[in-house]
Write a protein that binds this ligand. Structure first.
Ligand SMILES: *Cc1c(COP(=O)(O)O)cnc(C)c1O
Length: 397
């Protein structure tokens, strides 16, 4: 993989902070996924829109033939607007409102991932009123430890998400008794930023048991949806921008006992978009403390909230005048890289080795394409960050 270069001369003239999307990295990522599932005609990947709903990215992902995984009526609408086929849209969420359910019913989406019995009954009611039959998959909580951050693990027993395993059969029977829902699938999602394939192996084993249970009771489903969660390399994003898609899909191929005719659905978010996005910021001030040295940026938690919210860390590079990331050296100083917000969690890095920084220097915070721009907010009356794309900056430079 060649080292990425940033259009620094353009950046110099631009107001910071902003998101910069390298669309060739996105295209390479989409190609890597397509390549990894090429021999599995019954695999379908739905991009998890919540990772980044930027319309340009959505349009490229739709164009590449992916489906969409949505968690709100707004996301269903955004996916439709971007050109995703309604027949490839799945919709999950523990608290779907009537209005959101109606949006999805009217669009004729592929499937609702249902998280509780009361929700199942409301979808049935609303579908009956519309004179349609809704496809549903039951989201089962598999009680698999994803070995990831507590705030992004979703598959353990004491979660608000999904239906408990022991309630699967009764819920399935309840669904079968309803006239306007068809229970066509089982859905799972165990968490995010999962780096050990072991967790996915455990998920497969659990699904195999659940399918056996279902069949022993005389039921079957047309599809299995294993959710998302594949992790990305936040430590070496430039050297390793493409996630381990082949190992990921091979894990399911090796361990999941799909029945003949069953399709297998995936909902990848982070791994699709994380590495194509960078938050570009300027150093406002370098403050020499007594113990620490601070680089105070013009970007902050309102632009990229992951560090404040999850304690996560993004690799940060100084960009030189040619747009290259300046390699770190032994002579590096250590900086706490912080934003201007009056919150002690507004910190991007502590004790980070960086070349000597000056006011006005451009920094790139890498791996910011997922859960970055889409989570920006306006606390302190700050404007939302804007977004620029590699193709438009190239064309104008
Ligand atoms: C968040 C989420 C995803 C995507 O997770 P990533 O870790 O970004 O791949 C997929 N499915 C569901 C149900 C989700 O909530």
């Amino acid at each position: 993989m060649s080292q990425i270069t940033f259009p620094a001369t353009r950046f110099q003239q631009m107001d910071t902070p902003f998101y910069y999307y390298d669309l060739s990295v996105l295209q390479q990522t989409l190609s890597a996924i397509r390549e990894a599932i090429r021999d599995h005609a019954h695999y379908q990947v739905h991009y998890a829109v919540k990772a980044n709903a930027n319309p340009r990215l959505l349009a490229l992902i739709a164009e590449a033939g992916f489906g969409a995984d949505c968690v709100s009526g707004g996301e269903v609408q955004a996916a439709l607007n971007a050109g995703f086929s309604s027949k490839k849209i799945v919709y999950a969420g523990v608290g779907k409102s009537d209005k959101e359910i109606l949006t999805a019913l009217r669009a004729g989406i592929f499937c609702f991932n249902v998280e509780s019995v009361p929700e199942l009954e409301i979808i049935n009611q609303l579908a009956a009123a519309q004179g349609v039959v809704a496809n549903v998959a039951l989201r089962i909580n598999p009680n698999v430890d994803a070995h990831t951050h507590a705030k992004i693990t979703t598959g353990l027993a004491e979660n608000k998400f999904g239906i408990a395993m022991e309630d699967m059969l009764p819920t399935f029977q309840r669904a079968n008794a309803l006239t306007n829902v068809r229970c066509v699938g089982l859905h799972f999602h165990i968490g995010s930023q999962i780096e050990q394939m072991d967790s996915f192996v455990h998920l497969c084993e659990r699904i195999n048991e659940l399918q056996d249970t279902l069949e022993a009771a005389g039921h079957s489903v047309e599809h299995i949806n294993v959710g998302g969660g594949l992790g990305v390399d936040y430590i070496h994003p430039l050297a390793n921008p493409i996630p381990q898609f082949r190992a990921y899909f091979d894990t399911f191929h090796a361990h999941l006992h799909l029945r003949p005719q069953q399709t297998l659905h995936f909902e990848l978010g982070r791994s699709v978009v994380a590495q194509c996005g960078h938050l570009i910021s300027r150093v406002l001030y370098v403050k020499e403390g007594h113990v620490k040295r601070f680089a105070i940026l013009d970007a902050c938690m309102t632009d990229l909230v992951r560090p404040a919210m999850y304690g996560s860390r993004h690799a940060i590079s100084l960009l030189d005048g040619q747009g290259n990331c300046v390699a770190s050296s032994d002579a590096d100083l250590r900086y706490d890289v912080v934003g201007p917000i009056c919150e002690s969690s507004d910190v991007f890095a502590t004790d980070l080795p960086l070349p000597s920084l000056q006011r006005g220097d451009l920094l790139a915070l890498h791996s910011a394409g997922a859960y970055g721009e889409v989570m920006a907010f306006t606390y302190n009356c700050r404007p939302l960050p804007s977004a620029f794309y590699s193709d438009e900056l190239k064309a104008e430079s």
